[in-house]
Design a protein around this ligand. Structure first.
Ligand SMILES: NC(=O)C1=CN([C@@H]2O[C@H](COP(=O)(O)OP(=O)(O)OC[C@H]3O[C@@H](n4cnc5c(N)ncnc54)[C@H](O)[C@@H]3O)[C@@H](O)[C@H]2O)C=CC1
Ligand SMILES: CC/C=C\C[C@H](O)/C=C/C=C\C=C\C=C\C(=O)[C@@H](O)C/C=C\CCC(=O)O
Length: 257
């Protein structure tokens, strides 16, 4: 699928990986709705992006992915402004083992909300034109990360949900592909103040930092390369693409059948 003239929604679009995904989409000729809780930075970024890529290519919409109503309203506004939705990147996520219910609501339920509302506009069976939904998980969605069990659970949930949605789409004819990216550590503000974010597991922060040293740190562009591959390659559906500094690989899962 070529990205030129496609319409995309990115959650958590103002910083880090979401911002890089947004910039990549714009560079490839797509129009992007940037959804984020950070209104001031979001508006400033969008002004800059419109100067770089052309007026009206980027649209900032304040949205907390914890709110189904805000997701519905902002996706609707995207459709009214740009004329449809072809690509959704459910990227917004936090690490906080203390306020763990917020982490579940943001990382897992936010992805499910964004997926289901996105489908209302994209599903070919209900008048949409199909497209691709790419969710942001983590390597912690593949293996257990002892210092952050709830974060691990949310990311395992995102991987399982996305794979199941890929299979459901194929079986139902939605015309939407569903894929998930599982990066190891990425150079963003997300990695700041890790011990504070681990709550009752802050005593395991040193082990987490050692893992960062062992695995190394990815640049956001290494993640956007994965995004581009999963967005443009029409053969990819229900895939989990794991990326770490050594390279990227499609995850293989044991079959229970
Ligand atoms: N940085 C890393 O090492 C890794 C990050 N990830 C995942 O990638 C995604 C993005 O992470 P980063 O860019 O590193 O984080 P970041 O902290 O740099 O940026 C997150 C963005 O999401 C927004 N956001 C947070 N809560 C939100 C909410 N409830 N609704 C809407 N927007 C919200 C923030 O305002 C910010 O713009 C997350 O899902 C994270 O779990 C996955 C693997 C590694
Ligand atoms: C502290 C969390 C910071 C960032 C989270 C982000 O999503 C990045 C995750 C990157 C790597 C994930 C690693 C997953 C680890 C596993 O698969 C484990 O099974 C490895 C085993 C031990 C880890 C060492 C430890 O923490 O004790």
């Amino acid at each position: 699928m070529a990205l030129n003239n496609k319409i995309a929604v990115v959650t958590g679009a103002v910083m880090g990986i979401g911002r890089a995904v947004t910039e990549t989409l714009l560079q490839h000729g797509a129009k992007v709705a940037l959804l984020d809780v950070n209104e001031i930075a979001g508006k400033n970024l969008t002004e800059t992006l419109n100067q770089q890529h052309g007026t009206g290519k980027a649209l900032f919409l304040k949205c907390d992915v914890q709110s189904e109503q805000e997701i519905k309203d902002t996706f609707q506004k995207t459709v009214e402004t740009f004329g449809g939705i072809d690509i959704v990147c459910n990227n917004a996520g936090i690490l906080n083992e203390e306020t763990w219910e917020k982490a579940v609501s943001t990382n897992l339920m936010g992805v499910i909300r964004g997926t289901y509302v996105g489908m209302e506009h994209m599903n070919k069976l209900t008048g949409g034109r199909g497209g691709v939904i790419i969710n942001m998980a983590s390597m912690a969605g593949i293996g257990p990360f002892p210092s952050c069990p709830v974060y691990t659970a949310t990311k395992h949930g995102v991987v399982g949900f996305t794979r199941a949605m890929g299979a459901a789409s194929e079986a139902s004819g939605y015309g939407i592909r569903f894929n998930v990216i599982c990066p190891s550590f990425v150079q963003t503000d997300f990695l700041a103040n890790i011990p504070e974010k681990l709550g009752r597991f802050s005593h395991l922060a040193d082990a987490a930092h050692k893992l960062v040293d062992t695995l190394g740190i990815l640049s956001v562009s290494e993640v956007t390369e994965c995004f581009l591959e999963l967005a443009t390659d029409e053969s990819k559906n229900g895939e989990a693409l794991v990326v770490f500094p050594k390279g990227k690989t499609y995850a293989k899962f044991p079959s229970v059948l």
